[in-house]
Design a protein around this ligand. Structure first.
Ligand code: KE4
Length: 429
């Protein structure tokens, strides 16, 4: 049966959505274009499951793209938001919940001596970069190919013609002059970073990095790589910016900076700290954050920054995480990875599974990618077929080879077993 007949309610809603939103979605990946399937319309989530409007239940590994580390609709989070909503919504002045969440973040991430909440990760990254440029008086930013840091102009860029040269726009509408303030380097290549500093002495304000790239699929740092970035930025008067929008509170309570033992100057956060409500945050060394308005000279603002309901959801989520459930999550994800590897091997499929903590990707290529170039060489068609087979068996994976799978604390043995059963069939398909 054609997908349309299979999902009448979804199809009718998608048709209306396509007349309203670009591609029928409010964020591109939700269009499922990369996997050649009609997009789902989801109406409910609970624990490890989501339901679409045609009543189908899916074991979910999208996890709202990161926030749902506790699983969906965790009772403590729902109760916290419901309770807070009875006091009204944004009131336009400081709310005690902002202070509570800020202190919880600093307890977990001591490098975040001071911070500012925003309404998205993009805003947080954009603001952190402004602080870095103001603090150093320098304009250039180094980022890595395959990493995604939100959609601010300067970060929608691709590598220029040569190593350490000015980047080129990665999206229409990004002025060349703005793209030229970025340099895009290969990840996991220390020499490339050294060369960039040599080519641009005293011009690089910061190096921004996803400490574990999740936006090319999962690409971990090679041993000592993050430590090298720390040393090189310090030696060259530049700042190290960890974009922990995904890894923060995911890889450990203290994020990647705790897991890898590297302290950045600035950190950006999002997703988990809002428990699934709109949020972002940037923070770090007090001397840097003290440059931000209402102090001079760095301006930044936001009508709904620190929104009480986002704060309430974040506080409840971090309280659950402080209870120390990471060891169990690690064990679940490790067992999942081993099971997937067995399923692929028994089906004779040549895939490479990359995992850090509860972030993992099954790459349809023989070896784990070391950088974006290798990740992009994966067999996208094979991934699309695999995605479709898993979806038809009730398993919802991220609809792109280049996203991370998110295992939550709500994924139990039954869900993992059901997923591995489906994987055996999907790998054989
Ligand atoms: P938002 O503006 O989407 O809240 O955050 C941007 C962002 C910043 N930094 C990192 C490391 C991120 O992964 C993101 C956003 N992640 C994507 C998932 N690949 C969000 C999903 C989407 O764009 O719909």
């Amino acid at each position: 049966m054609a997908p349309t007949e299979l999902r009448p309610a979804s199809s009718a809603l998608i048709e209306r959505a396509e007349g309203l939103f670009p591609g029928g979605v409010n964020s591109p990946v939700r269009a499922f274009r990369a996997v050649g399937r009609p997009p789902l319309v989801l109406e409910r989530g609970e624990g490890p499951h989501v339901w679409d409007v045609d009543g189908r239940r899916h074991i979910d590994y999208i996890g709202a793209w990161g926030p749902a580390i506790l699983g969906h609709a965790h009772p403590a989070v729902v109760e916290a938001v419901t309770r807070a909503s009875r006091n009204g919504f944004a009131l336009g002045a400081t709310n005690s919940l902002e202070i509570e969440l800020g202190e919880a973040i600093r307890r977990a991430m001591p490098s975040v001596e001071r911070l500012r909440f925003t309404s998205s990760g993009t805003e947080a990254v954009m603001s952190a970069i402004r602080v870095a440029r103001a603090a150093t008086g320098r304009d250039l930013i180094v980022k890595f190919a395959g990493a995604y840091h939100g959609h601010s102009d300067g970060l929608l860029v691709e590598a220029g013609s040569g190593i350490a040269t000015q980047a080129i726009a990665g999206s229409a509408g990004v002025p060349h002059a703005v793209a030229a303030t970025s340099i895009v380097l290969p990840f996991n290549d220390v020499d490339a970073v050294s060369a960039a500093f040599a080519a641009h002495p005293a011009e690089i304000a910061a190096v921004i990095v996803e400490p574990v790239i999740a936006n090319a699929g999962v690409v971990p740092p090679v041993p000592d790589y993050l430590q090298s970035l720390r040393a090189l930025t310090r030696a060259n008067g530049a700042l190290l910016l960890f974009d922990e929008v995904i890894t923060g509170f995911r890889l450990a309570l203290g994020g990647a900076q705790e897991r890898f033992g590297v302290t950045p100057d600035l950190t950006t956060l999002g997703k988990i700290i809002g428990g699934g409500m709109p949020i972002g945050a940037y923070g770090g060394r007090a001397d840097l954050m003290n440059l931000v308005a209402p102090a001079d000279p760095v301006y930044q603002a936001g009508t709904l920054s620190g929104h009480p309901l986002s704060m309430a959801a974040g506080i409840a989520t971090l309280e659950e995480l402080e209870a120390g459930r990471y060891a169990a999550l690690e064990a679940t994800a490790a067992a999942f990875e081993a099971g997937l590897a067995d399923a692929a091997t028994s089906a004779g499929r040549d895939v490479a599974i990359a995992r850090v903590g509860s972030l993992l990707t099954v790459f349809f290529r023989p070896t784990r990618p070391i950088d974006a170039t290798e990740a992009l060489a994966s067999d996208r068609e094979a991934y699309a077929r695999y995605f479709g087979s898993m979806l038809d068996q009730g398993i919802l994976l991220p609809p792109s080879q280049f996203e991370a799978w998110f295992v939550s604390m709500a994924h139990g043995p039954a869900e993992i077993a059901a997923t591995l059963e489906a994987a055996r069939t999907a790998f054989a398909a």
